[in-house]
Design a binder for this molecule. Structure first.
Ligand SMILES: [Zn+2]
Ligand SMILES: [Zn+2]
Length: 316
């Protein structure tokens, strides 16, 4: 049976086809990348001890006189600080000093350092007068766009508001104007009530498999409070660290060493009011790719049953 579903945060249209996953092309996972075993790699510019191979650092957290996470300028930036038409600063945040570290094996403590760094760099970049938006994202493994093996995240400031954000903001603003309540509050309320797509329901965050997503297997983390990313509190960081440690263990158990992208969607700097948009994170496994139908129509076919996936990933 086929059914049309709309992703309410961005209005993406999805043809939900449960039976389609049985086609061989959708179930084959080609594992081309081996798990990294070495904690240190001689030629890696992101490894501790190889600082002379990397660019200038902008931030670090030290433990026993050695850095454990740090942020550096991107050697090959998408944008640089001199553009006239579009301006931005592009940094690489090294997730952990361990070459073989990754989201699937990082400890809660390591995630805590990572989020402290995310917040620090975000706060730093958003305060630039020329900047309208700051994007944090991560590519893991080559299939997701990563060019270096050592686990890292990226942060880029922009003198524009990117279209995907503009779109999400416009949708939530319209909802607020029409109904005098917040779209995100309603999603959170509905998902908690429905229960079956909830992976984790915490004090400050809700983790779900969305009812509809153009990316099969997406997991979404929603902030319950309408807080800007630069203002997240220690307790947000603690809860997020717990969530990431646990979620990625469960993802590994379910899908193995899979490439993924993490995208954090935050408020544009000059948004008039914060009360219709909640910061949220999209975690997108890169197991599937789009075909001509998707590229030619903007209609996406999904074969993942959100309830089944949520059941597998649910925190026990
Ligand atoms: Zn390395
Ligand atoms: Zn989003």
């Amino acid at each position: 049976m086929k059914e049309i579903r709309i992703d309410s945060v961005n209005n993406d249209m999805i043809v939900f086809a449960k039976d389609r996953s049985k086609r061989p092309i959708d179930v084959v996972i080609t594992q081309t990348e081996k798990e990294v075993s070495k904690e240190y790699e001689k030629k890696c510019p992101f490894c501790r001890g190889n600082e002379e191979l990397s660019t200038k650092e902008t931030f670090k957290i030290q433990e026993k006189n050695d850095w454990v996470v740090k942020s550096i300028y991107n050697k090959f930036p998408i944008l640089d600080g001199v553009g006239k038409e579009i301006y931005g600063i592009h940094e690489v945040m090294i997730d952990t000093y361990r070459h073989n570290g990754n989201f699937y094996n990082m400890t809660e403590e390591e995630f805590k350092n990572l989020f402290v760094m995310y917040k620090n760099r975000y706060k730093n970049l958003i305060n630039d007068n020329n900047v309208e938006y700051v994007s944090i994202f991560k590519n893991f493994l080559r299939k997701s766009g990563a060019s270096l093996e050592h686990p890292h995240s990226q942060i880029i400031s922009l003198s524009i508001i990117p279209p995907d954000i503009e779109n999400e903001i416009a949708i939530s603003k319209k909802y607020y104007m029409d109904k005098h309540k917040s779209l995100y509050d309603d999603i959170i309320k509905d998902e908690i009530q429905h229960k079956k797509r909830v992976i984790y329901n915490g004090k400050r965050f809700l983790v779900i498999v969305p009812y509809a997503s153009k990316y099969s297997g997406e997991v979404r983390i929603l902030f319950k409070e309408k807080i800007k990313f630069e203002n997240i509190k220690d307790e947000d960081i603690y809860e997020l660290s717990y969530i990431f440690m646990k979620l990625f263990k469960n993802l590994y158990r379910d899908k193995g060493y899979t490439p993924f992208n993490l995208c954090i969607h935050t408020h544009p700097k000059n948004i008039e009011q914060e009360n219709y948009f909640n910061v949220h994170m999209h975690i997108i496994p890169r197991k599937y790719s789009f075909g001509g139908f998707e590229l030619g129509t903007g209609v996406y076919v999904s074969s993942t049953n959100p309830e089944e996936l949520a059941k597998k990933l649910k925190f026990k």
